[in-house]
Design a protein around this ligand. Structure first.
Ligand code: SGN
Ligand code: CA
Length: 695
């Protein structure tokens, strides 16, 4: 790979120049305002700025991504509002905070009825498309063409859902997304401006490289971040209680591809024994591809066994393997960015197209000992952000304004010559880019993360960041503040909240924080707290039952214990109350002779398609009045569409007419396998039930 010819020193700093630093004469801007520029919006998933050489070149060279910065603008203070995938995507589509667009965490489903920038562009004569990762559950709206990965998507020979049809395509996901993007550009209607969202899956966990680059970096040693062995001293419990540590939570098999055997497992909460999983990955590869794969990862497995490392030495070794795979994925991303930039050049589109490169959020590459994101600390709060528009955005510029993914939608609309609707909470970056002034000066950014309890266990928090300080409040199962003096402590190792010398600074920051919460209308955040289970009383509590098909041991909850799960709650309460049966029907028999007479029998089922849980096709209740013979009381058909993602619960009620019932039998017919359009197409679907209520 050629070295990047990019260096930070080359940047022309225009930020301090103010109005005198106008990049363009005012009349040019006026003329440009009427113009409808094409928009090519490239976004990768979990691409940390630390792995883009125009931001930081100690890990990797990314000459093609750097080209966008060299020929345009590099934002060096670009942040997200909520550092996680789906929420970030919903923010940039709507220009609204998570609590306003309704997609607060990855369990949400995007309400495609709301106003988004692609819809407005479409109405204003644009051709729009989204290709690649989507992850918003509901089908895309506002696009002339969409070809998205189901859920997280696969790296090798992946499935796409293209305009509603599921297709499998041979190749490596990052190459395919770029090829499809170029394919769409070729076929588009040339008479209209375009807006193309090219959204990579890479370099998302579990970092599976293209076979083309699978042995890259084999002998390379990457520098370990200075905070890799962070002990979290001075911090609240939020950091130490999170579960995203390379040492403690990164698995040897799933993440690092060591073919661990059962007896080699040292931590069963971490290692997954991915037998089925590897079969799945292998099944996606051809024989030849598997051979290439094995060459690299069998060697790694052997090395792991031979070295027998422990403690800090093992942690360092893990870091090296993590970086190899992550950065191999990035090399493909960079190569494909080059491909589409070349296409623009060769087709006379470069001068008329706003090109954006970003990532849905930042990511930890070992800083604080971590992988993943979510926290409001720098590495995950920051988004790389590069923009190029020749003749309009001055090349080789650095922009230090604090900007956010909230600003993307208004910016794109501005470059289409359209006013952003009032409800959008961000501001166009056009004045920032072209005149280096910010229309509504932002001296602090507001952040709010919701997904807890959930994978990686990062506690709920909100906060603000100014140029100099960051104030964070962790809440829900904790009530803790953290304050960082970013100038003195850029690595955020020293929480100074409560220190006397920061008293007035803290007071001012809190004032500012509360005013931003008011401004963005996020004062009532408590309404997003997980709802608690509650106890009800009914005649059936404690009654024993038998099941024809055994529930999974993990989801063998008692469904006559009176503990009821609130509507819509699945992830935010412990699973143990649900009773889950995989693939087979739910068939229950119960002696009800002690609770007569019976007026009503009710039973709740769950739908949560992301977790492969579907409503039964139908539920039939049989009753026996003599203890031997059963007669059918009623069959209730489910009328909830399979595509309604949930999670939500529906309770089905049977009128028992105050009869004396000796026994009942309930049959709930399973959908069996996940439907063809679903992420888990053909995989075993679940039935989840709770509670069986007898009145
Ligand atoms: C999966 C990953 C997590 C990751 C979330 C969210 N685990 O659950 O590591 O934080 O997605 O990522 S994995 O075992 O499935 O790889 S996000 O990009 O969709 O927000
Ligand atoms: Ca992501």
């Amino acid at each position: 790979m050629s070295g990047s010819d990019y260096s930070r020193r080359d940047f022309i700093k225009t930020v301090a120049l103010g109005a005198a630093g106008l990049a363009l004469p005012a009349n040019f801007i006026d003329a440009a305002a009427k113009h409808k520029y094409n928009i090519l919006f490239i976004m990768s998933d979990d691409h940390a700025y630390q792995a883009i050489s125009c931001y930081d070149n100690k890990l990797i060279n990314t000459p093609n991504i750097d080209r966008i910065a060299r020929e345009g603008c590099r934002f060096i203070n670009s942040f997200c509002t909520n550092s996680i995938c789906g929420p970030s995507r919903a923010v940039l589509l709507t220009g609204k905070y998570s609590h306003k667009n309704g997609f607060i965490d990855n369990t949400s489903s995007f309400d495609g009825q709301q106003v988004t920038f692609p819809k407005i562009l479409q109405k204003n004569g644009y051709q729009t498309a989204v290709i690649g990762k989507w992850h918003l559950k509901s089908d895309p709206t506002g696009f002339n063409f969409w070809s998205i990965l189901p859920g997280q998507g696969d790296y090798y020979n992946p499935d796409f859902i293209e305009m509603g049809n599921r297709i499998k395509i041979n190749g490596y996901v990052t190459d395919l997304i770029a090829d499809k993007s170029i394919g769409w550009l070729k076929e588009r209607d040339n008479s209209k401006p375009f807006c193309l969202l090219m959204h990579n899956k890479a370099p998302h966990r579990n970092w599976l490289p293209s076979l083309k680059y699978i042995s890259l970096f084999e002998d390379k040693e990457f520098p370990i971040p200075s905070t890799y062995f962070d002990d979290y001293k001075t911090r609240s419990l939020a950091a130490p209680e999170s579960e995203m540590s390379v040492s403690r939570n990164m698995s040897m098999d799933y993440d690092l591809k060591v073919d661990l055997k059962k007896d080699e497992v040292t931590d069963p909460t971490r290692e997954r024994i991915m037998g089925d999983y590897w079969e799945g990955i292998y099944a996606r590869m051809t024989e030849d591809e598997r051979k290439e794969w094995d060459k690299v990862y069998k060697k790694r497995s052997e090395e792991y066994r031979a070295l027998k490392l422990k403690g800090a030495d093992l942690d360092k070794w893990k870091y090296q393997q993590y970086m190899k795979d992550y950065l191999r994925c990035v090399v493909s991303v960079d190569e494909n960015v080059g491909k589409v930039l070349n296409y623009l050049d060769e087709n006379n589109l470069a001068n008329n197209t706003l090109v954006i490169y970003t990532s849905d959020q930042g990511f930890y590459l070992g800083e604080h000992g971590w992988f993943d994101k979510r926290f409001m600390y720098e590495q995950s709060l920051r988004m790389p952000l590069l923009m190029r528009l020749p003749g309009v955005i001055k090349p080789h510029t650095d922009n230090e304004n604090m900007v956010m993914n909230l600003d993307f939608a208004p910016t794109f609309l501005d470059y289409a010559g359209v006013n952003a609707p009032k409800e959008m909470q961000g501001s166009s970056l056009r004045p920032v880019l072209e005149q280096n002034i910010f229309a509504k000066t932002r001296d602090a950014i507001y952040y709010h993360y919701f997904e807890f309890p959930a994978v990686h266990m990062v506690k709920r928090h909100y906060g603000i960041r100014t140029k100099k300080y960051k104030l964070i409040h962790f809440y829900y199962n904790i009530d803790a503040w953290e304050l960082y003096d970013l100038e003195k402590d850029p690595d955020e190792l020293n929480n100074v909240y409560g220190n006397a010398e920061y008293k007035s600074i803290t007071e001012n920051l809190k004032k500012k924080l509360y005013s931003l919460q008011k401004k963005y209308d996020d004062v009532d955040y408590k309404k997003y707290l997980p709802k608690q289970t509650f106890k009800i009383s009914h005649k059936g509590i404690g009654l024993a039952y038998t099941l024809a098909n055994a529930p999974a041991p993990k989801y063998n909850g008692n469904i006559t214990d009176g503990m009821v799960y609130p509507e819509g709650e699945l992830y935010n309460v412990p699973f143990k109350g649900w009773l889950g049966v995989q693939e087979k029907d739910f068939i229950l028999e119960m002696d009800t002779s002690t609770v007569n007479p019976v007026s009503e029998i009710k039973i709740g089922f769950l739908q949560a398609t992301e977790s492969w849980i579907f409503m039964p096709r139908y539920i039939t209740l049989y009753a026996s009045y003599d203890g031997t013979n059963f007669e059918k009381v009623k069959t209730i058909r489910n009328n909830i569409p399979d595509r309604q993602s949930g999670p939500f619960k529906k309770t089905y009620t049977f009128d028992m007419k105050n009869k004396n019932v000796k026994k009942i039998r309930i049959t709930a017919k399973s959908i069996g396998k996940c439907p063809p359009w679903h992420e888990g197409a053909g995989g075993k679907a679940w039935i989840f039930t709770d509670e069986l209520i007898i009145e």
